[in-house]
Design a protein around this ligand. Structure first.
Ligand SMILES: Cc1cc2nc3c(=O)[nH]c(=O)nc-3n(C[C@H](O)[C@H](O)[C@H](O)COP(=O)(O)O)c2cc1C
Length: 224
């Protein structure tokens, strides 16, 4: 396959991907879902922190939680009714430079104790002075949540390559939805919070509207 063939295939996958909110009753296979989840797992994250967890619900699991979720998730109604699978993207809460999560990310890299100490100093400077988030739990969580959106994008591209449809979802009331997830034993509220969800399935119908985007020239700027 030539580079041009690969580019055409990638473009075709991007053209196929639109947010699909109503799915038919075909189930995605476990194997295909694992392929999609691999792309979340392998996604990059700032300082290699991987401050996330991906909770996968199949049609049966969605049915158990849908009635509780719907009142708090205005953006997920028809997806909860029809999707084959949902993935909940959870972002970790305790990601300060002195947290175990940050230390573990360095141990994973197999660095020496000296290297770890110097990296931790750099992360402290980064969080305290460069990003001014170290003393704000909300900003720290949002930093973790930002990383999950990379995994979200990668899953949606991966699924499109194999003809599976999806819809990213953040149209929900944060506190209410997190309460539902705690009630169903799906998240640990001390450790993590829902950043977004994504539904997967096969489209019931082709979209009625053409894709809408700003002019490319308005968003792409070349500097000579
Ligand atoms: C982070 C994010 C959150 C979104 N949340 C919702 C949502 O809650 N419900 C929904 O139906 N669509 C949601 N969307 C889909 C957008 O409306 C959609 O991506 C946008 O209109 C562009 O259309 P397209 O995805 O078909 O290209 C979301 C998209 C993104 C990227």
């Amino acid at each position: 396959m030539t580079k041009e063939d690969i580019k055409a295939q990638v473009r075709q996958a991007f053209d196929h991907r639109v947010s699909i909110r109503v799915y038919n009753d075909k189930d995605i296979t476990r194997e295909d879902m694992e392929y999609i989840l691999d792309m979340a797992w392998l996604s990059p994250s700032s300082i290699g922190l991987e401050p996330w967890r991906f909770v996968v619900l199949d049609r049966k699991a969605i049915a158990k939680i849908a009635d509780d979720l719907k009142p708090a998730s205005w953006g997920a109604g028809s997806q909860l009714d029809t999707a084959s699978h949902f993935v909940l993207l959870l972002a970790e809460k305790k990601v300060r430079y002195d947290s175990q999560a940050v230390k573990d990310s360095l141990y994973r890299k197999g660095l020496s104790e000296d290297m770890i100490a110097s990296r931790l100093l750099r992360y402290e400077d980064f969080q305290k002075n460069h990003k001014k988030m170290a003393d704000d739990e909300r900003l720290l969580w949002e930093w973790a949540a930002k990383q999950t959106y990379i995994a979200l994008g990668n899953m949606m591209t991966a699924d499109s390559f194999i003809g599976i449809d999806s819809c990213p979802i953040e149209g929900f009331h944060d506190d209410e939805v997190n309460d539902v997830l705690v009630k169903h034993g799906l998240i640990d509220p001390d450790k993590e919070k829902l950043a977004s969800m994504v539904s997967f399935g096969y489209r019931a119908n082709d979209p009625k509207h053409k894709r809408i985007r700003k002019d490319r020239s308005a968003v792409v700027t070349w500097v000579d």
